[in-house]
Design a protein around this ligand. Structure first.
Ligand code: PLP
Length: 450
């Protein structure tokens, strides 16, 4: 029997294979050669461990191409969100408005006055840029942005309450999601947590006599305690904060600036209400209902915002220039009263039912199967827990099962993510941009013909 190792081609022969040759010269530092060596190494190991016949040249060439392709492709693949969950944290929360994307692109392209006072010709602060716009749209005295809302909370407590106590209702000392636990954040800030009340009921008197540096309210953004419950209002908490000489801090989670009741949803507390009801500071995310890039906003009393911005930890959680530019563009939509038409998450919330019915029907007619059914779209992403909007969805019940079809749709380019419910696959047009309708139809046609 001939030596099977001899049958393996050389690195050079693999590199000269017509499928691999066009890639030569594309990668730096002999990356392609390294890849070919690694593939050969594996083939040799495979021969040593089994009586497998040696891989042929074409197979080895394909392995080299697949290996380099796994490295050389954008890590984030576009996904069409047909789940009907408007703020889907796993799918990247808020898609950005045209103006927001343009502003981020422009900020990335050139130098800017990020930390430079152009009038004075000296160093400036990146934390100052957003304050006027935040004032204008929220009514706050001042505001700044950090990396996300978790860091907004961490930084603010570090700046204002280290070595002191922060008072939180037991029903609000919760996990927000992804292992983000309020008690951990409070401890990491150097403050200590004092829980008051019980899981379902906290009365205003529970906050009295705690002598904490701050009373912290956490918005129940991803769960609901129902039944025999009680939580004092923010205005009641303001009264106690004044008696105790404590700050009143409000973690809103989703930074809602619009009245959600207009869309038949229950009222999500707005930033404006939080400040009007007496919060010294409110914290919220940039990429939830605000509809902008990932960020955390800290808004409220100017003197506190200044103190937070100059804390050493601010440097560790500072936003990038593209984030500042994108947030400004998103906030400007509110300034101009055009949030519902320009910001994708609000467009999705505001879209009328008959438009959804029409699009689901177009999808069905194009693929020639399925039923348009009544369904509910969720807000998600730590906003309006348990709340939903009426929608129309395309329901498909393929003979080989809804999960198999869901798998095939996720494998398409772009990937389509849908919901499986009661053995049927549901595609909700609410969270699909109309410009993606063609791609949804194409993906469905391919997935159904397989
Ligand atoms: C989502 C959420 C956070 C965390 O916000 P990120 O921007 O994801 O860091 C904190 N608090 C509440 C109440 C939230 O809903």
């Amino acid at each position: 029997m001939s030596n099977p190792y001899r049958a393996l081609p050389s690195v050079d022969r693999i590199l000269q294979h017509p499928a691999v040759a066009p890639l030569r010269g594309r990668y730096a530092n002999g990356r392609l050669t390294e890849q070919a060596r690694a593939v050969l190494e594996r083939a040799r190991a495979g021969l040593a461990n089994s009586s497998r016949s040696p891989a042929d040249l074409a197979e080895l060439a394909q392995a080299v191409i697949a290996g380099i392709a796994a490295v050389d492709r954008p890590p984030l693949r576009p996904v069409i969100n047909a789940t009907g969950v408007v703020l889907h944290t796993n799918l990247g929360r808020a898609p950005l408005s045209d103006a927001t994307r343009a502003a981020m692109d422009a900020a990335g392209r050139s130098f800017s006055n990020l930390e430079y006072d152009l009038a004075a010709g000296r160093r400036g602060s990146r934390f100052d840029h957003l304050s006027p716009l935040i004032q204008a749209v929220t009514g706050a005295e001042a505001g700044l942005a950090v990396n996300n809302n978790a860091s907004a909370l961490l930084l603010s407590l570090a700046a204002l309450a280290t070595g002191r106590e922060v008072v939180v209702s037991r029903g609000q000392a919760v996990e927000i999601g992804g292992g983000f636990r309020i008690p951990d954040i409070v401890r990491q800030s150097g403050a200590s947590l004092v829980e008051v009340g019980t899981t379902n009921r906290t009365r205003i008197d529970d906050y009295r006599g705690t002598q904490g540096a701050a009373l912290l309210r956490i918005h129940a953004s991803n769960f609901k305690i129902i039944g025999f419950t009680e939580q004092p209002s923010l205005s009641e908490m303001r009264t106690v904060a004044d008696e105790e000489g404590a700050l009143l801090l409000d973690d809103l989670g989703s930074g809602c600036l619009l009245d959600t009741r207009r869309y038949g949803l229950s009222p999500e507390p707005t930033v404006q209400d939080s400040l009007a009801d007496g919060a010294d500071l409110a914290f919220f995310s940039g990429d939830k209902l605000l509809g902008g890039p990932q960020a955390g906003l800290i808004v409220g009393r100017a003197e506190l915002v200044a103190k937070i911005g100059s804390h050493p930890l601010a440097r560790a959680v500072r936003p990038d220039k593209t984030t500042i530019a994108g947030l400004a563009a998103t906030l400007r939509h509110y300034l101009l009263g055009e949030a519902e038409t320009q910001i994708p998450v609000w467009r999705m919330i505001a879209v009328p039912l008959d438009a959804l019915d029409q699009r689901a029907t177009v999808w069905r007619d194009a693929i020639g199967s399925g039923t348009v059914i009544e369904g509910r779209s969720m807000i998600g992403g730590g906003s309006l827990p348990g709340e939903s909007l009426p929608t129309r969805a395309l329901a498909l019940t393929p003979s080989d099962g809804a999960n198999r079809l869901a798998d095939r749709l996720r494998a398409s380019e772009p990937a389509v993510v849908a919901r499986v419910e009661h053995d049927s696959l549901r595609l909700d047009p609410r969270t699909v941009d109309p410009s993606e309708d063609e791609a949804v139809i194409g993906a469905l046609q391919r997935a159904l013909s397989l």
